[in-house]
Design a protein around this ligand. Structure first.
Ligand code: C2E
Ligand code: MG
Ligand code: MG
Length: 734
């Protein structure tokens, strides 16, 4: 059909729009159809609502022209029915209404009509109006298509957006954002508080601050946070906030949110694969190198010692040959587990003198285990006090591998060779330290495997000595290798002996005489000081009673007590029991404590001191001036004496600083009404100085070395003649 040139509406290359006319009046139908066909439309027609509704589905019109009054189904009914059909809610419906019929017009709109034309129909006018309706429908279709494409893309990208409404103080949400946050479909707005409740508690503050900063600076911000779903599921959200001008030129906060959980999980998996050994889950070579670098940097910053233990399983190839690679893998896995457990159990190995009550272990040492490859494991100790600590960790690791392994019904025994290098002695850089540990490990292999070796030979020697000493200490009580010697304490004015200090001696067949300066620290670190300290207390109490029984004067018995002993629960009653059992007068006993005991200043410490004072036991502060000098405790605790450390006394005649310290300590003691005892007095010059400052008591080689009980019993009756002669106190110099 040829179109009337006067009313051509379709562009030549345009697809003709499809118009459905539903009109029971045949004449009107025909007139309208002709006009539309002339204008280039594709037209279908129906004489009532029921037939019209069928055609809507089969003909798929772009526009429906609908009469109101029709048999079977009127126009209102049909219009409403069209709207209910799938994907038909946007088809423009043009209703034919009477000229002066406002009621019908409003009913038509209620039923879902798009617009209306009045009867009688002006066909020319109608074709023109349809042209615009078609255009706007096509525009609407395109928009809807784009919108659904966008929504699809956002769904695929797990993306959504929101806009902040300053008036309602809520964010208006897109469909996508509901899915991102796992919100109900009915939820179309969210307050800031409700949003924050979705955010992981640990991330809330950061999220709040970032958003606030972005708004204040007027700048876009991007950030990531975690949200927790109602079901406890965790998601990672990437958010981008921006301030834009809306249609009215007002600033408005908008944002997009994207669920990046999968991406982050994948990144984490990749990261894990890159840095962790797949078989054991331990740090691999790359991460180990990184850990080593960081450990050494930390150690250098804090002036710490660190150690690297390189552990290689002896003859691992044999295991692979017998059990196959799978068996070998299972073996490596169990080795890793045992080593990790040995480190956990040995966390305190390097710092066993530290009181850990109330502290997390990680504050001290956090040994780390890595598997750089094959049958090689590395233990990194980031903070050790001395190289021997590393040897202890090596011993533990070796012991962990001692027990037989059960793999696939086979019983397998293994040993390891361990090379130890210590930072900074054996290398200051990671590579250097690693090379040293490797060399030490090969050394251990050469020396018959199943052993550990330090890179530095002197360290091997030191470690060996320490373990010999530790073993000797463990056996010394049973073997009766300890004894006490006694050093008199002299009242300088009266020239008489007021007390003795019990000093411990160790002599073993293997080691000969060992100085307390060497064995007391080891006893303290191993905890052996507790049984040893008890032995000392018992023995000193027994000796005091024995001397009195032998008719000697009643002397004060000073006994050294280690911090670990003092901190034992029920220490005071423990002391009371020992002294009662020995039958010694408690007022005769003085316990020598170091300043470090009092410094922790806990209520438990004060309680123990008060309990001891109640027993009548005296407390002296030993080595005074060498500890931390919080003088506060001197006033608060029930003390009886201060002992000036030997290091100050030895130099009082030559060193003005030491002289000043001694002078100050004596004055301090007097002010606090404490007895003051100078230790290590060796010369008359030192004695003269002390006398001139009013020091009332002293002990030292000048009067007597520490001697055994019999020698003391023989010497005592000879005092004061046996003492050197010194002038009586002349007067105190300033
Ligand atoms: P301390 O309690 O300060 O003991 C004094 C130390 O100085 C003793 O060393 C003693 O022999 C030494 N000495 C005394 N007069 C002189 C002198 O004129 N010149 C010199 N050069 N030295 C003198 P010793 O017996 O070697 O004991 C060392 C440290 O070992 C003691 O220092 C004490 O802290 C500890 N110790 C000794 N016996 C025990 C004990 O039974 N238990 C505990 N926990 N520690 C003890
Ligand atoms: Mg002492
Ligand atoms: Mg001392």
């Amino acid at each position: 059909m040829r179109a009337n040139p006067a009313v051509i509406i379709c562009e030549p290359d345009e697809k003709p729009a499809r118009i459905l006319i539903v009109e029971d009046d045949g004449v009107t139908r025909r007139v309208v159809r002709r006009a539309l066909q002339y204008a280039g439309y594709l037209v279908a027609e129906a004489a009532d609502g029921v037939a019209g509704l069928d055609l809507v589905q089969t003909f798929q019109p772009d526009i429906v022209l609908l009469d109101i009054c029709m048999p079977r189904m009127d126009g209102f009914e049909m219009c409403a029915a069209v709207r209910r059909l799938p994907r038909c809610d946007h088809i423009p419906v043009v209703m034919f209404t009477g000229l002066e019929d406002p009621h019908s017009i409003s009913r038509a709109f209620e039923a879902g009509a798009t617009t209306f034309v009045t009867k009688p129909i002006d066909t020319l006018n109608l074709t023109h109006r349809l042209r615009y309706i078609v255009r706007s429908k096509q525009l609407g279709d395109t928009l809807r298509e784009r919108e659904s494409q966008l929504a699809r893309a956002q769904r695929i990208a797990k993306l959504g957006y929101w806009t902040w409404d300053a008036t309602s103080r809520t964010a208006t949400l897109s469909n996508g954002i509901r899915e991102v946050f796992g919100l109900a479909h009915t939820c179309d707005a969210l307050s800031f508080a409700a949003f924050l409740r979705l955010v992981h508690p640990d991330d809330r503050l950061a999220v709040k601050n970032t958003i606030k900063c972005g708004i204040e600076a007027g700048r876009p911000v991007s950030f990531e946070y975690r949200i927790i779903g109602d079901d406890g599921s965790r998601r990672v959200i990437f958010q981008d906030n921006e301030i834009v001008d809306d249609e009215r030129g007002e600033a408005r906060l908008i944002g997009i949110c994207q669920d990046v959980t999968e991406r982050r999980d994948a990144e984490n998996r990749i990261q894990h694969l890159a840095y962790f050994d797949v078989l054991t889950g331990l740090p691999n070579r790359a991460l180990f190198k990184d850990l080593l670098e960081r450990t050494l940097a930390e150690a250098s910053r804090h002036g710490r010692l660190a150690a690297l233990l390189l552990l290689d399983i002896d003859h691992f190839k044999r295991i692979n040959d017998t059990l196959g690679y799978e068996g070998g893998d299972r073996m490596l896995l169990e080795i890793a587990e045992r080593l990790a457990a040995s480190l956990r159990a040995g966390d305190l190995v390097c710092r066993d003198d530290v009181d850990l009550s109330g502290c997390s272990l990680s504050e001290f040492v956090s040994p780390s285990l890595s598997r750089p490859g094959g049958d090689e494991f590395v233990i990194l100790l980031n903070d050790i006090r001395r190289p021997e600590d590393a040897a202890k960790a090596a011993q533990r690791a070796a012991a962990a591998l001692n027990a037989v392994f059960g793999i696939d019904g086979h019983e397998v025994s293994i040993t390891a060779s361990i090379g130890i290098s210590v930072y900074p002695v054996d290398g200051k850089t990671p590579d250097h330290l690693l090379r040293s540990a490797e060399a030490a490990m090969y050394d251990a292999k050469e020396q018959g495997r199943n052993s550990y070796k330090f890179f530095t030979t002197t360290l091997n020697e030191r470690a060996r000595k320490r373990f010999t000493l530790e073993n000797a200490l463990r056996r010394a009580i049973d073997r009766d290798e300890f004894k006490l010697v006694y050093q008199p304490q002299i009242d300088l004015a009266a020239r008489r002996v007021t007390g003795v200090e019990a000093l411990l001696r160790l002599q073993t067949a293997e080691l000969g005489f060992v100085s307390p300066a060497d064995f007391i620290p080891v006893a303290e670190e191993t905890g052996l000081i507790l049984p040893i300290g008890d032995w000392v207390l018992n023995e000193a109490a027994r000796q005091a009673v024995a001397w009195q029984a032998a008719g000697l004067p009643k002397l004060r018995m000073a006994i050294n007590v280690s911090p670990a002993q003092f901190r034992q629960r029920g220490f005071a009653s423990h002391i009371a029991a020992i002294l009662d059992r020995a039958g010694v007068d408690k007022r005769q006993v003085e316990l020598e404590l170091t300043e470090s005991v009092l410094i922790d200043n806990t209520s438990a410490c004060a309680e123990t001191l008060n309990e001891l004072a109640e027993l009548g036991v005296m407390i002296a502060i030993d080595d005074f001036g060498t500890g931390y000098s919080s003088l506060n405790y001197l006033r608060r605790f029930p003390l009886s004496a201060l002992k000036i450390d030997r290091s100050f006394v030895s130099d009082i005649c030559d060193d003005a600083d030491d002289a000043a310290i001694v002078k100050a300590v004596i004055a301090l003691a007097h002010n606090l009404r404490l007895r003051v005892v100078a230790e290590g007095v060796e010369t008359m010059a030192q004695l003269a100085f002390l006398l001139s400052r009013g020091c009332e008591e002293a002990q030292g080689f000048l009067f007597s070395r520490p001697v055994d009980p019999n020698a003391l019993a023989e010497w005592l009756p000879k005092v004061p003649i046996a003492l050197p002669r010194w002038p009586q106190r002349a007067g105190i110099e300033d």
